[in-house]
Design a protein around this ligand. Structure first.
Ligand SMILES: Nc1ncnc2c1ncn2[C@@H]1O[C@H](COP(=O)(O)OP(=O)(O)O)[C@@H](O)[C@H]1O
Ligand SMILES: C=C(OP(=O)(O)O)C(=O)O
Ligand SMILES: [K+]
Ligand SMILES: [Mg+2]
Length: 581
């Protein structure tokens, strides 16, 4: 189906239920505007021919087997003679050859410093694989605008930047500081933390707190930590909804900064621990994310696997199967306690060191990071290392040596992705920070390969069915062969992305070219270590797939005759080794 035949789909609250047609039947509905269908996996949807609608947010239809599947974006089959890969990867492959491509993926939080089209484009050029929007900040309209700009960038310039929406969660945090961008708390000063609602102007040295039960839960003598200890207060008096605190460690207070309170050296978890992981505001944000068709939803302060399972079934009932991946943010004591089952239930995890460092002693954060990365690798889930990687670059154009060492350590642990927060959201040097992540990743990855430090990590079986076990065996054998034979690239033909993730899990020395037929899978694979996702239509006939891929890639100078390749696929349980003809 070509772009000009696009169909527009709308959620439609009160339309009659009709059996959902196959794609062929859809075509026959095309000339009739506003025909409405019902699909059991979608809420009510109406379909109209493209001509009577504006084309700012096209939603199209494609065929997956005998049933029609909807997506917000260009899910039309790739034209038979074409292959889609983003411009940055293409240039990188042409200039440096495949061996030197970057394996570690990069996530950038988008904020005031980076929300314009040109700024987003610079980040894409600089290697951003995923754009993260943090629902703690900004309005839904602001976030929608960012999503649309990223879409436009992908459509106009051929990028496959994925979008991750991060929920606010039920954490306790300060209010907006009455419009100022920061406030300085000096040693010994008395500040009032209050749950009262203030008009636009806050009284001097007063901080608004978002948690109703705050004044009841804290006790005189508690330590109140802002952002995990960046500024510290001691509670000296409680007067109704107001809590008077004396500053013991001075520092800068930032809008909506996180608050924790500690008693006798331990984090206090009273009724605040009973707050739901997904607040009512978060559910509205999640509905927004589903409607906007984001690729990932990251859930803050996950405590148990149940909440992830619940969210996944909520999404499945409202969106195309598996269309949105759920990322569990590991940033609380409970999430560490229930780590394995949370990660098992999720589609990926984030080491959210910002809040984690406010909940456990700072010196325990590195070992927690190592454990989370390891568990994710074993359970085959992508993992993002986040927060303060290049914190000083919010203000300065070069990182500290310590920051470079921290980034190196995450790369050496073979995390799937690194994330920028304030550095890209509100910092002065977002592109420079991204360039540091890129160059450090490339250098450490190369060093690792040169040193041949293959880690001896045993990867346990994860599949439950026999055919899953076969896929795992194929991927680990293919990766081992690729290392031993020093092949140039692994090729994987994958419908769901699963086989590609199994190869990525083995962290082979060569890059993995992942061929998939849908844009949503292609974008999702962008978060996983070592995968270079391409969009290509392919069949069950591997011989013809390979021939087609070779000729398309050769025509674009992305591979050349003689290159050694190992190919595996979702459809055919085999490993093929060959030279490009
Ligand atoms: N959409 C946004 N609008 C305004 N400021 C933002 C936005 N997103 C992020 N920021 C700024 O970037 C900082 C770092 O982002 P992030 O780490 O995601 O949030 P937080 O620090 O609240 O956990 C935030 O503290 C905030 O100042
Ligand atoms: C990534 C994190 O979450 P957020 O920025 O939303 O607080 C973190 O706490 O490290
Ligand atoms: K958040
Ligand atoms: Mg956090």
């Amino acid at each position: 189906m070509s772009q000009s035949q696009s169909l527009h789909l709308f959620n439609h609250a009160s339309t009659p239920n009709l059996t959902f047609p196959t794609t062929k039947q859809c075509y026959s509905y095309l000339p009739k505007p506003s025909t409405t269908f019902y699909n059991r996996r979608f809420p009510l949807i109406s379909i109209r021919a493209s001509s009577d609608l504006d084309s700012s947010a096209p939603l199209l239809v494609s065929d997956n087997g005998n049933r029609a599947v909807f997506s917000r974006e260009e899910e039309y089959p790739v034209a038979a003679g074409s292959i889609e890969v983003d411009a940055v990867t293409e240039t990188e492959l042409k200039e440096n050859g495949f061996r030197s491509t970057r394996r570690t993926k990069l996530v950038c939080t988008i904020g005031p410093s980076t929300c314009g089209f040109d700024q987003l484009e610079s980040l894409a050029v600089g290697g951003m694989n995923v754009a993260r929007i943090n629902m703690c900040h900004g309005t839904r309209d602001w976030h929608r605008q960012v999503i649309q700009l990223v879409r436009r960038l992908n459509e106009e310039k051929g990028y496959a930047v994925a979008i991750m929406m991060d929920t606010e969660g039920s954490e306790i945090h300060m209010g907006d500081l009455g419009g100022s961008s920061s406030a300085k708390a000096e040693d010994g000063e008395i500040w009032t933390f209050s749950v009262r609602a203030f008009d636009s102007t806050l009284p001097e040295r007063t901080i608004n707190v978002n948690y109703e039960g705050f004044a009841e839960d804290v006790k005189v003598g508690d330590d109140l930590l802002v952002d995990g200890g960046m500024v510290r207060f001691e509670v000296i008096e409680k007067i109704g909804p107001d809590v008077k605190c004396q500053c013991t460690d001075p520092g800068l207070l930032l809008p909506r900064a996180n608050l924790t309170f500690w008693r006798d050296g331990s984090l206090v978890r009273e009724r605040n621990a009973m707050l739901p992981t997904i607040s009512s505001k978060d559910w509205l944000d999640i509905d927004f994310g589903i409607a906007e068709g984001v690729d990932f939803i990251a859930i803050s302060f996950v405590k148990s696997a149940e909440v992830i399972k619940h969210l996944k079934s909520y999404i499945a009932a409202r969106s195309r199967d598996g269309d949105i991946a759920v990322i569990a943010k590991i940033e609380s004591i409970d999430s560490l306690k229930n780590l394995e089952e949370i990660i098992q239930a999720s589609d990926g995890a984030m080491v959210a060191r910002g809040d984690l460092g406010a909940q456990i002693p700072l010196e325990q954060v590195p070992s927690a990071q190592q454990r989370i990365v390891q568990v994710c690798r074993q359970l085959n889930k992508p993992v993002i290392v986040a927060s303060q990687l290049l914190e000083s670059m919010i203000e300065y154009p070069t990182p500290t040596r310590a920051e470079v060492a921290d980034v190196s350590e995450a790369v050496r642990q073979r995390a799937d992705a690194l994330m920028l927060s304030g550095e890209s959201a509100m910092g002065q040097f977002p592109e420079k920070a991204l360039a540091v992540l890129r160059s450090v990743s490339l250098r450490i990855e190369r060093w690792w390969r040169e040193e041949k430090r293959h880690e001896a990590m045993e990867l346990p079986d994860i599949g439950s069915s026999f055919s899953d076990k076969i896929s795992e065996e194929i991927c680990s054998s293919a990766a081992k062969m690729a290392n031993n034979l020093e092949v140039d690239a692994l090729f994987v033909y994958t419908k769901t992305g699963h086989m590609a993730s199994l190869l990525s899990r083995c962290r082979p020395d060569c890059p993995i070219f992942a061929f998939t037929s849908t844009t949503s899978v292609r974008r999702r694979l962008n978060l996983q270590w070592g995968l270079i996702p391409f969009r290509l239509s392919f069949s069950d006939d591997m011989e013809s797939n390979l021939n087609k891929t070779f000729s398309l890639l050769k025509a674009r100078n992305l591979i050349k005759s003689g290159d050694l390749v190992i190919a595996v696929s979702d459809m055919l349980q085999s490993i093929q080794v060959m030279n490009v003809p």
